[in-house]
Write a protein that binds this ligand. Structure first.
Ligand code: GLN
Length: 308
């Protein structure tokens, strides 16, 4: 028998399916050639029950949805004070790739924009980039509950064309936000963005955050509760970039988007949501991803300010 959630995701899928607004990211050929019509929704409860529809097993790259995960790793590796000395937690109101620091603190405004994310990549522990990347890949895999892989082609393209991110990295170095060579932090950032996964993986990652840091299927503790709280807080205020205000008003869930077309949202203690649809709006957020989350929130009454 189909459950209420199955009915609702089918309804939302049908409602959003026809929206062909937006455009796929085209700054590298691998993203430009993505099938724009792909569309998947996956809802995973904090007990690990999975509901999915559409292209839930098609692979895409995690891109900026990596940012909260690496932020959490930096917090775990270096502690909140050391992290707070390098990055603020204020919404920037600017595009994700803005080449800017807060003029007063001279720090990146938050870890969800590229400047903050590259800074966080520099704080992941490990002796060299290989070891640090292996730690990142293992951590992301633990969130997903299966071993993920690097999309080598996307990584090579990101690294080859990442002039704007390099500009950000070198700016960070000149302000002593990065203590060492910017290239190592940039390389780790390019790699973390290029990790391939499916909507189902993303749903399980969201469910791990919803389950206070324990993967509901493997039962592995991936993140300490205090760090889950901190990560979800920053996702709430900064995860959807300069669209964060409208997102909180309309959807009301901590979330993160990526230019690969993924959106991850979390209702703490209850469930995780993942949507995959490659066409993006002007902020770099998936058009159908945002729309599907808005409808799911409305129909399932998920907004965190909603009082039953
Ligand atoms: N690789 C992309 C970049 O650094 C990620 C951005 C995103 O997903 N918003 O520009």
């Amino acid at each position: 028998m189909r459950s209420v959630v199955d009915e609702v995701i089918a309804q939302v899928f049908e409602l959003c399916r026809h929206d062909t607004g937006g455009a796929v990211a085209d700054y590298i050929p691998e993203l430009a050639s993505a099938d724009p019509d792909r569309f998947g929704i996956c809802v995973v409860t904090s007990q690990g029950h999975t509901y999915e529809i559409g292209d839930s097993t098609a692979e895409f790259t995690i891109q900026s949805i990596s940012k909260p995960l690496t932020y959490a790793m930096a917090l775990a590796d270096r502690g909140p004070d050391a992290v707070a000395a390098r990055v603020d937690v204020e919404p920037s109101g600017e595009p994700f790739n803005e080449i800017s620091l807060d003029p007063i603190t001279e720090r990146p405004r938050n870890p969800m924009i590229n400047a903050g994310a590259i800074t966080m990549a520099s704080m992941v522990g490990g002796r060299n980039v290989e070891e640090r990347f292996e730690r990142v890949l293992s951590a992301y895999s633990a969130f997903a509950g299966r071993r993920l892989r690097l999309d080598e082609q996307v990584y090579r393209s990101e690294a080859r064309t990442g002039y704007r991110n390099r500009a950000i990295g070198y700016m960070l170095r000149s302000f002593d936000i990065l203590g060492s060579e910017p290239d190592a932090a940039l390389d780790l950032y390019f790699r973390q963005c290029s990790i391939a996964l499916t909507c189902r993986d993303l749903g399980m990652m969201a469910a791990t955050l919803a389950n206070n840091g324990v993967n509901p299927l493997t039962r592995e503790r991936v993140l300490a509760p205090a760090l889950v709280e901190r990560t979800l807080s920053v996702m709430t205020t900064c995860g959807m970039y300069d669209a964060a205000g409208a997102w909180v008003a309309e959807v009301g869930l901590p979330a993160k988007s990526g230019v690969g077309g993924g959106v991850l949202a979390v209702l703490p203690g209850q469930l995780g949501i993942a949507v995959f649809s490659p066409r993006l709006d002007a902020h770099g957020n998936s058009v159908r991803g945002v729309q599907a989350c808005r409808e799911l929130s409305r129909l399932l009454e998920l907004h965190f300010m909603h009082v039953v």
